[in-house]
Design a protein around this ligand. Structure first.
Ligand SMILES: CC(=O)SCCNC(=O)CCNC(=O)[C@H](O)C(C)(C)COP(=O)(O)OP(=O)(O)OC[C@H]1O[C@@H](n2cnc3c(N)ncnc32)[C@H](O)[C@@H]1OP(=O)(O)O
Ligand SMILES: N[C@@H](CCO)C(=O)O
Length: 401
């Protein structure tokens, strides 16, 4: 640690990382949005000190968010949308200053669209522990240095508790609907179970009731890819003298993740055994097209995401178990009387349909009874980011109830 603020002078009011960073005179070296970057459409709410389930404290916690549409006078038209692992608050709008990607639900959110901004106020926070404006490992700790590897271990429940405080700060007691896909689906489900009085309708898309051994195993390989990168330094790489972060490990993690975001048949149909930069069909020189695709996405990802946030969020996803301390998954789900859309994708090999069927089976308010609602798509897990018409139609169905 090369610069410290005495703890008693650490500001409890909002202060930007840029202000502290200016004092420290250090440029950021990881991917992800940092204070001092263009704010874009982001807004910020300070929710004070967060105490995690494990008893650690995160002071001066900030949640970044975007909102679309107006909150009405009765404050009963708000829809909360939780994003997936590497998503953020940018539901709609182009990539540009402040936003690394185009909005991920541009076809779903907007005037006259399924989440109609003429009618609803759509609120999308960046998750606690993320790297698009909310407090995370790349934020400054009370010591005045990035948290890095000492950022507290978070659970999905910690993140939902932070989101609830964020909603309270916005003056929203109860949401018309809470929606989430993938990791966001875990948050949406957990929200409905832990805050039943704060939600009227629920949509859980491509997410399980509990993270399974298979999913934890896949996550382990991704975590190890990052942790074994020689530039990881236990998560304390922000000061690396040569400005190098654990980009190789992060890109490898993304390659593996992406394989599970797509179905085997889609990859086969799309790339087959085609070869790029052809030198030899036996593998000398050049690459298979699918290798090039995974390399491309792996490397691109490192420019928009912080490896420490990836570790924090993946570990939080591993913590996901709606039944923990509640008498098991079935007992926890049996409390869900509200209209609930449980949407699954049969070609999803990450969060397989069994998980969504289990949610539907034990959720009294499930729209399609014992079976999750299916959308037929070859795209696998990522279908919720691609099949806008199919996903949108199901959301419209829920919102009408
Ligand atoms: C809520 C959230 O989850 S937000 C996070 C969602 N966004 C992301 O994950 C960002 C990464 N992007 C993706 O995962 C996908 O692009 C999706 C899910 C958003 C959309 O999927 P698709 O439309 O099928 O896009 P696809 O996966 O084919 O990627 C297209 C890119 O791959 C590139 N590409 C395709 N084939 C190859 C290849 N053989 N070699 C190298 N690059 C390739 C394209 O040039 C294109 O590049 P671009 O991003 O610069 O335009
Ligand atoms: N493409 C999504 C998939 C995870 O749900 C993401 O990167 O967040």
């Amino acid at each position: 640690m090369d610069w410290q603020t005495p703890e008693d002078s650490f500001p409890t009011d909002f202060i930007t990382d840029a202000q502290l960073r200016a004092l420290m005179g250090r440029p950021p070296i990881s991917g992800g949005w940092r204070d001092g970057d263009p704010v874009g459409e982001r807004k910020f709410v300070n929710i004070g000190t967060v105490t995690t389930e494990q008893g650690e404290e995160i002071p001066n916690t900030r949640i970044a968010y975007e909102s679309f549409g107006e909150l009405n006078e009765q404050r009963d038209n708000a829809i909360l949308v939780f994003h997936a692992l590497t998503g953020d608050s940018h539901l709609i709008g182009p990539a540009g200053p402040g936003h690394p990607t185009d909005g991920w639900w541009t076809e779903i959110v907007g005037p006259g669209k399924p989440l109609d901004t003429d009618r609803y106020c759509i609120v999308a926070p960046n998750v606690l522990g993320g790297c698009q404006g909310s407090t995370g490992p790349g934020s400054l700790s009370p010591g005045g240095h990035e948290w890095g590897g000492s950022f507290p271990y978070l659970t999905v429940r910690d993140q939902v508790a932070a989101a609830a405080r964020f909603a309270t700060e916005l003056g929203i007691d109860r949401f018309h609907t809470v929606i989430g896909g993938s990791m966001g689906g875990m948050h949406a489900l957990e929200w409905a179970i832990s805050h039943p009085d704060r939600v009227e309708r629920l949509a859980v898309i491509a997410a399980p009731p509990v993270t399974t051994a298979d999913q934890i195993g896949l996550n382990l390989v991704q975590l190890e890819a990052i942790r074994s990168d020689p530039y990881y330094h236990g998560g304390n790489y922000y000061d690396a003298p040569d400005g190098t972060g654990p980009h190789h490990g992060l890109a490898t993690a993304r390659r593996l993740a992406l394989l599970n975001y797509r179905s085997n048949t889609e990859l086969d149909d799309r790339f087959g055994r085609s070869w790029q930069s052809a030198v030899s069909p036996l593998g000398k020189g050049g690459r298979f097209a699918v290798e090039s695709y995974l390399d491309f996405h792996g490397n691109k990802f490192t420019r928009r995401f912080d490896a420490n946030s990836y570790v924090t969020l993946v570990q939080a996803m591993n913590s996901h178990d709606v039944g923990r301390g509640r008498g098991g998954v079935r007992a926890a789900l049996s409390t869900l009387q509200l209209p609930t859309l449980v949407l699954g994708i049969p070609s999803d090999r990450l969060f397989t349909l069994e998980g969504q069927d289990e949610i539907a089976r034990h959720t009294p308010g499930s729209l399609d009874g014992d079976r999750a609602t299916r959308i037929d798509s070859p795209f696998g897990h990522d279908a919720f980011l691609i099949e806008f018409a199919l996903v949108g139609a199901q959301l419209e169905r829920l919102l009408k109830l």
